[in-house]
Ligand binder design. Sequence first.
Ligand SMILES: Cc1cc2nc3c(=O)[nH]c(=O)nc-3n(C[C@H](O)[C@H](O)[C@H](O)COP(=O)(O)OP(=O)(O)OC[C@H]3O[C@@H](n4cnc5c(N)ncnc54)[C@H](O)[C@@H]3O)c2cc1C
Length: 486
Amino acid sequence: MPNTKERICIIGGGPAGLSAAMYLEKKGYENYVIYEKLNKVGGKCWSPKIKVKHNGVEQELSFETGAIMGAITYHAVSEMEEFGGYYHVGPNWKPGEPNMRREFRKTTGEVEHPFEPKVDFSFKKLKGLLKLKKQMKKLNKLMQTKYVGYDCYGHLGVASGKYKGISKGVEGYCGSTKENSFPNYIEGENPNLKDLALPFSEFCKLNKIEEVQRIWIAPFTSFGYGFFDEISAAHVMKYLDVTTALEFVHMGLWTWPEGTQQIYEHVNAKLKHPAVLETEVVKVERPDGKVRVTIKDAKGKQKVEEFDKLIVTTPLDYFKDYADATEEEKELFSKIRHERYIDYIATFEEGKSPTISGYLVENMVPERLGHAMVYYNRWEHLGADCPHTVYALANHEGSDDVSYDFAQQTMDEDMKKVGFPIKEKLFPQEVYYFPHVSCKDYQEGWYDKLEALQGTKNTFYAGEIVGFGDMEDTCAASKDLIHRFF
Ligand SMILES: Cc1cc2nc3c(=O)[nH]c(=O)nc-3n(C[C@H](O)[C@H](O)[C@H](O)COP(=O)(O)OP(=O)(O)OC[C@H]3O[C@@H](n4cnc5c(N)ncnc54)[C@H](O)[C@@H]3O)c2cc1C
């Protein structure tokens, strides 16, 4: 019988921490505390309001510096929406709602139509598109046959050819049905799944489907998740499973009019114990079956609190430095790497803003680190007066990193070259993004070693590292954790 009276500490008030609290409450646990070091919840879902002027009218609208979109496969996020009473719009956007329409541009500014056979027609292009279509079909089939079991949350067993977790699927995938697609635990053996530890580019080569990278690259690399020669196929395919990837292709995406941060503000407001803000966990000691947590408030005042259990949703490579980490924890957590994702919101010289989001595919290669890969148009009705978020990556395994300053300057120059000269930059930031491990560590069973640690020293691990660095995978990881261990 679970002891619902236990006192539980949750570190971090992002999607993972708040969903952990929500799922704890749903199971009858009410004695928990969430510590959040910032003065807001939502973590990397940060949606500041900006005053904008269009046709002489001034209005204040939400913009995104972090998470933007979801899709039909966002089951756990849907549960957060339901709990908080705050919902997405899309995919059938009405005028005046934020939307996800986009175009492709060369770095010189010229608009491209890589996926429209009739525009700039040539037989070479047509042949290329037919090949792509064939390989997309092949990939879809492979994932449902050769790689059956790939689309469950997390990475349990994959390195040894097994799968175990909540199915990510919608109807027709992994045996789930429309009525009961979540949670639908699936478990089995499939030795082919070991291929998922390969870098995605090698996985595609192995299966003779290299062309599909043309589709996957925009919602993967330009969204800050790294390059296909360094990131495992499991990370790529579990996030952009075939259903989700097709939603990107067909624009079947969700957005939130007041911003993704509001999903978590609403959940926090409904929790029995909203997050304790401006309170950083600076030390964790776990002697004698108890967890002692030292917290520091905004004035720098420190205090020690005692708990029965600890849920860590924050970066584990930092946790090992402020906790009494065991040798095993230190060894495991020091292998975590992350992407350095850089973005800012730009306003443009009068009337010179883009009027639709744009992908700059030429910049989505490691040789172009620090270059703008994508810019996001949130409010189409603002026409050429709309501020945009601009994004770049600053690191790649096997290349030298570029500096934050270099990326900022290069992104400005890129936008000017494309035809959109920047006037002012708001909220520039570098984000600790998408923690994961190398393909080699993946192959050597890193995720199963993490699983083996769950619960030791009364400590549980949730958040981005468990599955993937997006809202859905983090919230689903919390659901899975609470379901299995509490
Ligand atoms: C630019 C950008 C675009 C993105 N786009 C999308 C998207 O379109 N769709 C999508 O699904 N996802 C997107 N994401 C990813 C998504 O935002 C993250 O995966 C998600 O926020 C992870 O949630 P988390 O709770 O695990 O971590 P975080 O969001 O990082 O939250 C962790 C929280 O812990 C707090 N914290 C850290 N250390 C301590 C400490 N010692 N004590 C107390 N508190 C602490 C932090 O302040 C933070 O609030 C995007 C992210 C970024 C940055």
